[in-house]
Design a protein around this ligand. Structure first.
Ligand code: SAH
Length: 377
């Protein structure tokens, strides 16, 4: 395998040379640097000690966790033997000390302990029952096939960090796949990304609940065609019940107006969901990430700007996309800032949203948003 060296955060990483990233013998996507940056910041804020990078590929994620966060014991795993060998080389490149290799496992003991394994992630996670403070699932496509094992490998007060790149499924382009994998009815149109993220979280909540685990969303977002969620688990049946109460359904009519209901079963057949209707962030957590992103060595401006957007975003379910509303009502498109200002002057809360550059989140009723757009014609 032909390799080249890249730098990301504090890590030096050997990655395969390839024309297209999906053809490479080991997967590496430079576009996911923002995903890894935010995860590094999250681990710094959480201070988790034992961390699992269950689907590690080149090792970049776990190696960054070891170099840039207080984590003391980091496991890096991949089922692909080429990936395993590359992770071993990348660990050697970034850490001094002797790396002991025994078959499908390599261990480096020093200031930090690094454990590299070449196993099926499900097998590994089932063997390491309630062992990790932080489990990261960053797969190709859907994380669903790893979810049960991850919920067993993580401690009952631990944190799950989950990526889903099957946005076509969660956003309703492949409805049957969404029904199969997430047992949920997706929605098409301007709300599909937020609904997709909330369907993903809703499914995670239902899976956690069967272990009597509740879920608090520390941060969940959509970006570059993937979803990412950091979930703080809470121990006990009561907290699981509380999380379940935050599930519900979304309805949207032709005018673009939406409503949602908290319910276990939907009251109407036109429902989309079940999906999570609770918060998408813990405000203090996001403010801390944002603050650290400015201080972090080599922290990128892109990451900082994105965290600022997330920090300032009003955390209410769903949004109005000015382009979609204008189109649905035969109006001219107007500047988002203008609409936000009018709502603001009327005493409503209104902010931009990371889900779409042309959309706003507000506590104003739909009619007021439409009226604001009309005023600007
Ligand atoms: N987290 C990496 C990217 C991972 S890509 C990063 O941030 O760069 C997904 C990886 O999962 C691939 O390397 C693939 O080999 C691995 N994988 C797929 N199925 C697996 C399984 N059942 N067990 C362990 N690893 C698996």
């Amino acid at each position: 395998m032909e390799l080249k060296e890249v730098r990301e955060g504090l890590a030096r990483i050997l990655v395969p040379k390839a024309e297209r990233i999906y053809d490479a013998p080991v997967f590496y996507n430079p576009l996911m640097a923002l995903n890894r940056d935010i995860s590094v910041l999250a681990l710094k804020v959480l201070g988790s000690r034992r961390v699992l990078d269950a689907l590690s590929a080149t090792g970049i994620r776990g190696i960054r966790y070891a170099l840039e966060t207080p984590a003391g014991e980091i496991w890096l795993n991949d089922i692909n033997p080429n990936a395993f060998r590359l992770i071993v080389d990348n660990v050697k490149l970034n850490f001094s000390g002797e790396l002991k290799i025994e078959g499908k496992m390599a261990i480096l003991e020093g200031e930090k302990t690094l454990v590299v394994t070449n196993a099926d992630a499900n097998r590994l996670m089932n063997e390491q029952f309630r062992y990790f403070d932080f489990v990261d699932l960053d797969p190709f496509g859907s994380p669903m096939e790893f979810l049960d094992s991850a919920l067993r490998a993580v401690k009952r007060r631990g944190v799950l960090a989950i990526t889903a790149t099957d946005t076509g499924v969660l956003c309703g382009a492949y409805r049957n796949a969404c029904l199969r994998k997430y047992l949920a009815e997706p929605i098409r149109g301007e709300l599909c990304h937020e609904a997709g993220l909330r369907i993903l979280i809703g499914t995670l909540v239902r899976y956690a609940a069967k272990y009597d685990l509740g879920v608090e969303v520390l941060l969940a977002y959509y970006r570059d065609h993937y979803f990412r969620a950091f979930l703080q688990l809470r121990n006990g049946a009561k907290t699981a019940d509380k999380s379940m109460k935050q599930l519900g359904y979304l309805y949207q009519d032709e005018s673009g107006k939406f409503e949602f209901e908290n319910a276990f079963l939907p009251s109407k057949a036109t429902a989309h969901g079940p999906l999570w209707l609770g918060p998408l962030k813990n405000q203090e957590f996001v403010e801390e990430l944002h603050r650290l992103s400015a201080e972090h060595p080599l922290g990128s401006k892109k990451t900082q700007k994105f965290l600022e957007l997330l920090k300032d975003e009003l955390d209410v379910p769903f949004f109005y996309d000015t382009h979609a509303v204008a189109r649905r009502h035969g109006l001219e498109v107007r500047k988002l800032a203008g609409v936000i200002e009018i709502l603001y002057e009327k005493g409503y809360k209104a902010t931009r949203t990371h889900f779409s550059p042309t959309a706003l989140k507000t506590d104003a009723p739909f009619e007021e948003v439409l009226e604001a757009l009309r005023e600007l014609q």
